[in-house]
Design a protein around this ligand. Sequence first.
Ligand code: ADP
Length: 293
Amino acid sequence: MTSSEDPTRTEPGGAVEAVPAVVEFRGVEKTFNPGTPDAYTALKDLEFRVDDLPSVGEFIAIVGPSGCGKSTALNLIQGFPDVYPPTRGEVLVRGQRVGGPGRDRGMIFQRYSSFPNRTVLRNVTFGLELNREDLGLSRPEMDRIAREWIARVGLEGHEHKYPHQLSGGQQQRVAIARTLVLKPRILLMDEPFSALDEPTRFEMQRLITGLWREIEATVFVVTHSIAEAVYLGDRLWIFTPPPGRIGRAFNDILPPTHGIDPVDAQTSQQFKDAVDEVVEAFHELQGEAAERR
Ligand code: ADP
């Protein structure tokens, strides 16, 4: 086993230091427009640590009432300039304080994340073009890699179409290919399938869990669908009403669903019981917050 595969690292002098978490939040608060009448604290005391599981990755599903900072938390991991830095606390990715977006992190939004003036092929090569020097890729190599991802997301034959010529589900496939082509270590998905009808949502859930096995990333997915969270999540966090923090964390109540077709998985009694348990916890948290007010 080489040191890069070893989950612990021996420091000179014999001390053993754990490998840094893939993502860690330490006492994070985010207040927008501080000191003004519009001040809004979206997150407060948000603390968590997601360990690096080399060659495995993990799905963390986040649910919570609207306005409790779920998107803000993803944006802080991504290092988006309109959200970063946190008002208090620290956001660390693999032990380093986040300073801005990076190729190790990819984001998939609800919609409109592709460039309307670029074809499917050029949307998918975009990230490769941006990182061309780092990656050392020639134009033919970029096109070949992009075409492979286009095929993986089931869009072979659509390479030269523009986003407006595609259905909502197909556009989301472009967004997925565009993001995964860079093999991000961390994948952030913000309500990725909310705009899609239910059969298309199931298709997307099938696609993303299948592709995830190839990229072995740590995935954070925010969704308003508790069923989707239970299906996708290895872990599921419920955020409290604003200001948001983790109110309940489920690490092992979820039935194992990866590799099981979303329709089959989501119709089992065990799955429905898990959803009921999460729904109940969600309402309890809202009740507790209302009592405190
Ligand atoms: P959630 O995803 O849980 O619904 P958000 O993370 O989107 O919550 O944000 C919570 C609130 O924070 C928003 O409703 C908005 O009022 C405020 N907010 C989010 N981003 C910004 C921003 N860039 N500038 C100012 N306020 C923001």
